[in-house]
Design a protein around this ligand. Structure first.
Ligand code: SF4
Ligand code: SF4
Length: 294
């Protein structure tokens, strides 16, 4: 594929694309699906593989053209649907995501890593050189960006699925919506609404448990409160969160200030509403060598 006057392989990863498979795809009328990995644990890709029964129906409707976690067969782009897991943490990845975008009609990001920088974005709040020196004997051999950034900081994203990992039902919904040419039905309200819908007694009000449900995006079905524990925010901030107010309430209920900070700075520490809930806004646009935009 030609981009900016140069030829680009399938995002620099499917360079060994099989010409016979490409010919077969030419005859195949099914939309093509590609699944990409950046800095991540693979858990969101596993959610797709865990669909089991639905995978067979999915395989009837889409052609899996590139998915290294599942198959070595690789077909060159362009692709109708790209699912992207992981955050951008190296200059190479910052270039590769541009190539993925250029070859994807619809691009959907999967999980806290891809939508908020993931747990690796905790380094955005510290001196990354100091961290590297503490963890590695030869930090001078490492090549990394100062910040872990979400995919949307680098390219246009069509849809985002939140969570660590994502919810299987939401993944199937977004794939079905793309195939049917409609907008996916993805909730933007809070986990509290899901507790009410399933009849779960509020663990914060009834039992005084710390819970991030009021500021966290719905989509998981309020699993944690249903098992009598507070939500720890893995789906990231809902559309209109009041993090500072919840942080004050947690403090007033007796939670130590450091614990309140930690509650907001886990999987979605890089998401602005969580990052700033417990303190002054930190810079969001430290210029990366690869130019990740704020
Ligand atoms: S969002 Fe969570 S489950 Fe998904 S890749 Fe990142 S760390 Fe793994
Ligand atoms: S209740 Fe909160 S922590 Fe638990 S799965 Fe849902 S969003 Fe994640």
């Amino acid at each position: 594929m030609a981009m900016g006057g140069r030829t680009v392989t399938v995002a620099g990863r499917a360079a060994g694309a099989d010409p016979a498979a490409a010919e077969e795809v030419g005859r195949d009328r099914r939309p093509t699906l590609a699944v990409w990995k950046f800095a991540s644990c693979d858990g969101c890709q596993l959610t797709l593989l865990n669909c089991e029964a639905e995978l067979l129906a999915l395989a009837d409707r889409v052609r899996v053209a590139y998915f290294p976690e599942a198959t070595r067969a690789a077909v060159a782009g362009p692709y109708d649907l790209s699912l992207v897991e992981g955050s951008i943490t190296t200059a190479e990845d910052a270039e590769r995501i541009q190539q993925v975008r250029a070859q994807s009609r619809i691009l959907v990001t999967l999980g806290a890593c891809a939508t908020a920088g993931g747990i690796q974005a905790l380094r955005n709040l510290a001196d990354v050189a100091e961290l590297a020196a503490a963890a590695y004997p030869r930090p001078d051999r490492l090549a990394f960006l100062a910040r872990s950034t979400p995919i949307a900081s680098h390219v246009t994203v069509d849809h985002e699925l939140h969570g660590c990992p994502i919810d299987r039902g939401q993944l199937l919904e977004v794939v079905a919506a793309v195939l049917q040419g409609r907008a996916p039905r993805i909730p933007s309200g809070s986990v509290c609404t899901e507790c009410k819908r399933r009849g779960t007694v509020c663990v914060a009000v009834a039992d005084g448990l710390p819970c991030l449900g009021p500021v966290t995006r719905a989509g998981c079905g309020a699993i944690c409160p249903a098992h009598h524990r507070g939500c720890y925010g893995c789906f990231g901030p809902q559309d209109t969160p009041n993090g500072r107010s919840l942080a004050s309430l947690l403090g007033a209920a007796g939670m130590a200030p450091t614990d309140v900070v930690r509650a907001f700075r886990t999987f979605n520490a890089g998401a602005e509403p969580f990052r700033t809930a417990t303190g002054p806004a930190l810079p969001t646009s430290v210029p990366d060598a690869a130019g990740g935009r704020p």
